[in-house]
Design a binder for this molecule. Structure first.
Ligand SMILES: [Zn+2]
Length: 105
């Protein structure tokens, strides 16, 4: 049992673990794996709260949408599995810059 804690998006990036997300919709059961560095960048640009801890509201999960049914994520846990969700975040440097500009308004 490790002492690593995964209570924020930043923790996943720090520990080099991908984020395994599962859909909140009980009829969907869809899961996906996202890159923690992309997720961290995404959250910072939007100024979202990074906490994934349900005890603290788990608000970060509300910012991940199921790519199949559109429901919010119900849980997040660390995984070493390969990233499966590639189109959620900007694909390249240019995409990130455009997003940054858009958010600055
Ligand atoms: Zn779903």
């Amino acid at each position: 049992m490790g002492s690593k804690r995964f209570i924020s998006v930043a923790d996943f990036a720090r520990h080099g673990m991908n984020i395994h997300l599962s859909c909140r919709n009980g009829h969907c059961h869809h899961t996906g794996v996202v890159d923690p560095h992309d997720a961290w960048m995404w959250f910072r640009l939007h100024r979202f709260q990074l906490s994934l801890d349900f005890c603290l509201g788990g608000s970060a999960l509300d910012h991940f949408r199921c790519t199949r049914c559109g429901a919010r994520a119900g849980s997040a846990r660390p995984t070493e599995n390969a990233v499966t969700v590639l189109d959620f975040f900007p694909a390249d440097e240019r995409g990130w810059k455009m997003l940054q500009r858009r958010l600055r308004g």
